[in-house]
Design a protein around this ligand. Structure first.
Ligand code: AMP
Length: 388
């Protein structure tokens, strides 16, 4: 199928073409027609499937069709993390380049004055994290009385992060008559219940995380003692074949320690996690996207939703206890058809997690035995020096 078959207006097709998208992704094919018709939608899809365009394009088309005489918000997208909020707003900027629809993003952790100023000018598409949105609603800065479309993005994550009450508080301010779209990577019972309370006769669409994407990723496993993981990482990052790498750390403290170690070894790196200020996170992400630093060290929550389309490598310093997390992490590379490499470290204590992962992905991860930090191998002389 072609984008032009989706009944999208020419200015949107032009913008999509400029993004380099050739064909709609499966979620876009399935979701765009009913959303254009004004139907409610339940979308089971994870980040990386193109779900943002699946809702942003039809919303832009509907809003561009007429501009009412009020300054209230016309479409609200609620999303759990600041990074996702920024990315979604950027999508509205990119896809909406040739239509006249105003947009803005609000989230906590930064001063509210610029956000309030933007709201005062009138915002048609507002992307928001629930906490800050409720603050600003409470202060009377957000008018949702005329809302036309409500999107709840990453609903399962909202639940995990404890935002469900915030979400319900926001919904109380919405007019009864509106279009609702709910997206979630997984559909546990709580999400089904939430969907049941929000959506009216929804169209359900489901796309699986494309297995082929995961198959395209070159995976490898290094057995290494816990205390040698950082050194092995620095050694592997020195390979010029590694253009940029997202490094997963289980903890925020670990992420800081890994980034500091890499910097000491002369590898450009930054850590990104919930304890960092918003401006530090944005700065780290921008340095990474611009290629000024090679490694971005992130916790799972911080990494979720970060959209870096040309990521060559993913490193997992610890194997996750939950096997699906392994798949989510490696799926950060090899996106949109590109090739990717996923390298995982496994210490003696993590062997049991390996079994669960290999059962889930239905294959054995190839093991690289020949490396300087293989358990039992003689340690490189230079490293011994640094140890003392
Ligand atoms: P999302 O799932 O919305 O986070 O999108 C994941 C990535 O896919 C983003 O980098 C988008 O720019 C990209 N993308 C979205 N739709 C398409 C498409 N039809 N063709 C190619 N890439 C796309």
């Amino acid at each position: 199928m072609d984008f032009s078959e989706l009944k999208l207006a020419r200015p949107l097709l032009k913008a999509v073409g400029e993004q380099g998208y050739e064909k709609p992704s499966p979620i876009q094919e399935k979701a765009i027609p009913p959303v254009l018709e004004g139907r409610d939608l339940l979308g089971c899809a994870q980040t990386g499937t193109g779900k943002t365009a699946a809702f942003a394009l039809p919303i832009l088309q509907r809003l561009a069709a007429g501009h009412p005489n009020h300054k209230g918000v016309r479409a609200l997208i609620l999303t759990p993390t600041r990074e996702l909020a920024l990315q979604i707003d950027e999508c509205f900027e990119n896809y909406g380049r040739y239509v006249n629809v105003s947009h803005a993003v609000i989230f906590g952790g930064v001063g509210q004055a610029p956000q309030v100023a933007a709201l005062g000018r009138g915002v048609e598409v507002l992307t928001a994290c629930p906490g800050r949105l409720n603050d600003l609603i409470g202060q009377g800065f957000v008018d949702l009385a005329h809302l036309e479309v409500f999107v709840l993005d990453e609903a399962d994550r909202m639940l995990d992060m404890g935002f469900v009450h915030d979400v319900k508080r926001v919904i109380k301010h919405l007019p009864a008559q509106r279009q609702n779209l709910l997206f979630s990577a997984t559909m546990p019972k709580e999400i089904e219940q939430l969907a049941g309370s929000i959506l009216k006769r929804p169209v359900s669409v489901k796309v699986d995380p494309p297995a082929s994407t995961v198959d395209k990723i070159r995976q490898s496993l290094y057995f290494v003692e816990k205390g040698d993981k950082k050194r092995l990482l620095a050694f592997l990052l020195a390979d010029p074949g590694v253009k940029n790498a997202l490094v997963f750390s289980r903890t925020k403290h670990g992420a800081n320690a890994i980034a500091a170690f890499l910097i000491k070894q002369g590898v450009g790196a930054a850590a990104i996690h919930g304890n960092k200020s918003q401006s530090a996170r944005v700065a780290a992400l921008e340095s990474f996207k611009a290629g000024r630093i090679k490694a971005l060290v992130a916790t799972d929550i911080a990494a979720r939703g970060i959209d870096i389309s040309e990521l060559t490598h993913v490193f997992q310093l610890d194997l996750p206890e939950v096997p699906e997390t392994y798949v989510h992490r490696i799926g950060r590379t090899g996106r949109a058809g590109a090739e990717g490499t996923a390298v995982s470290f496994c210490s003696a204590e993590e062997r049991e997690y390996l079994q669960g992962i290999e059962k889930l992905i239905k294959k054995k991860i190839p093991v690289v035995k020949d490396h300087p930090y293989a358990p039992g191998a003689p340690r490189p002389a230079q490293e011994e020096e640094q140890e003392r």
